[in-house]
Design a protein around this ligand. Structure first.
Ligand code: UN1
Length: 495
């Protein structure tokens, strides 16, 4: 019997009013893992209503007490780590080691922001007037709408849910259409941790119905979205119509620069992990390797040798490095980009095809793919592929490498391999990205640092780290005059 998951609204597990369900498929073998609700706009309405009703009570619970519930949730996640990781591998496809890493990332952010319950710092500052006190306080926004992707179906929801909760907001959350199960598990965890009913509500279903309704609902006061640029633009537009805050984390075309003085073996390690970890399905994935000409041949040879050893398969199997692509549509999109690359004149060095025999037959697997002779204007060097495809691009010198690195509309993550400290620092300044790595791959951000990108990757906000709380709070400036008389700012100033 396949398990059915329900929506989580007002502290109860409920069927969608649509009475429709959809299958959740394991991308490694197309086995049906579970069924989830294919929800309607009406379900979103009910979730908003519950979240609105719960808000007043939740925001008045002292923040350190809210933080304690969040800490408890983190402890439950720790206890369930192995079980969650296995479910994640089946739901999303990434290998078990990476799945454990993702659960850990969710635990880390949850612990980190739980401590905010005892901080949520405001500022105090002197007044220009006598016997007057000035301060800022942070307040929750209200009902927030969260929409998350399938590639990190546990940790990205945690990045959003945990800080939103500790700050005192209530939530309507839509997990991704693919890999929705971990999002639903998060609701179970917070329920067990003692979160009052209505504070966190989860509605599964399609972007076109549930996602669209969340972005348009007039009583949702802030939106936080991670996903494609195409959808992000729509979310931003809807939010703008209502003048609400919208946080966007979107695509990347992340470069790894390899300079002539780099430790080439280290640069190869970084490129393998950055380009093919999670089968390239990370917004931080390395999709361009920009190599200074004098080491181009040697780097390419070493890299190719390692790529050809990559083991592809079901992520539950020991030794598998690269799992499947999330679904057929994404697989076709990636294969189409490979065709585009060939037509554009890039040289296909290895891979470039779907794996079809035996263990691969039922799943969506693509061989790790490397193009060389890629030039900056090619589409495969400009557009996000979101799969195991990487472009090697020659650069004449350091400046040329930086220019190529910056030549896309995205700006999430970038990396440079060099032993030259001044070039490392120059790169840190010149690279147009929200995250820069020196002698480390483009993937693997840690939760206590802000995460997000410049240019087309986002709209300036950052998640996680010290920024996590900002996304989910309003700042209020408070002036307390204890002089007992009218004092007019800018006018009655005495010395
Ligand atoms: C994403 O791909 O959307 O930095 C998030 C990283 C991970 C998070 C990736 N910690 O690669």
């Amino acid at each position: 019997m396949v398990k059915t998951y329900f929506n989580y609204i007002n502290g109860a597990w409920v069927k969608s009013s649509s009475r429709e369900k959809v299958d959740v498929i394991n991308p490694a073998n197309r086995k049906v893992l579970a069924k989830v609700q294919f929800s309607s706009r009406d379900d979103v309405g009910k979730a908003v209503e519950a979240a609105e009703k719960a808000f007043d009570k939740w925001r008045k619970i002292p923040a350190p007490k809210r933080g304690e519930i969040i800490f408890k949730a983190a402890a439950i996640m720790e206890k369930k780590k192995e079980q969650l990781a296995r479910l994640l591998t089946m739901d999303n496809g990434k290998n078990l080691e990476e799945a454990r890493g993702e659960i850990q990332e969710g635990i880390d952010i949850t612990k980190y922001v739980a401590g905010e319950g005892r901080r949520l710092f405001g500022e105090t500052t002197p007044s220009e007037l006598r016997d007057k006190f000035c301060m800022t306080i942070r307040e929750p926004i209200g009902v927030v709408g969260l929409i998350t992707p399938w590639n990190f179906p546990f940790s990205i929801p945690c990045w959003k849910i945990s800080p939103a909760l500790v700050a005192g907001n209530t939530i309507v959350f839509k997990p991704a259409t693919d890999a929705p199960l971990l999002g639903l598990e998060i609701a179970k965890i917070f329920e067990e941790a003692g979160l009052p009913k209505g504070v966190l509500n989860i509605v599964t279903g399609s972007g076109a119905i549930v996602g669209d309704e969340i972005t348009k609902h007039p009583r949702i006061k802030a939106l936080s979205f991670t996903g494609s640029t195409e959808v992000g633009r729509k979310v931003y537009t809807e939010g703008a119509k209502r003048l609400i805050s919208v946080e966007l984390e979107m695509g990347g075309k992340n470069p790894e620069i390899v300079l002539r003085d780099a430790d080439l073996d280290l640069a190869v390690d970084g490129a393998i992990w950055g380009a093919f970890g999670t089968s390239g399905q990370r917004c931080t994935a390395t999709s361009r390797i920009i190599v200074e000409r004098p080491v181009l041949e040697e780097f390419t040879k070493k890299f190719l040798k390692r790529v050809e050893k990559i083991k592809v398969g079901n992520g539950l199997k020991k030794g598998v490095f690269m799992g499947p692509i999330i679904n057929e549509r994404q697989m076709k999109k990636i294969l189409n980009y490979i065709e585009i690359g060939k037509r554009e004149g890039a040289k296909l060095l290895t891979g470039g095809y779907r794996l079809m025999d035996k263990e691969y037959r039922k799943g969506f697997f693509i061989a790790p793919t490397v193009f060389t002779d890629v030039t900056p204007e090619m589409r495969i060097a400009q557009e996000e592929i979101f799969g195991p495809v990487v472009c090697i691009m020659p650069a004449e010198n350091f400046e040329d490498a930086i220019r190529i690195a910056n030549s896309t509309t995205y700006g999430l993550s970038s990396s440079i391999y060099t032993k030259d400290i001044s070039k490392a620092f120059k790169a840190m300044r010149e690279l147009e990205s929200g995250i820069v790595y020196i002698n480390a791959p483009t993937i693997g951000a840690e939760v206590h640092l802000p995460f997000g990108g410049v240019k087309g990757t986002g709209n300036k906000g950052r998640e996680a780290g010290t920024e996590a709380i900002k996304e989910f709070t309003e700042v209020k400036s408070v002036f307390i005059d204890y002089s007992g008389r009218l004092q007019r700012a800018q006018i009655d100033v005495e010395y």
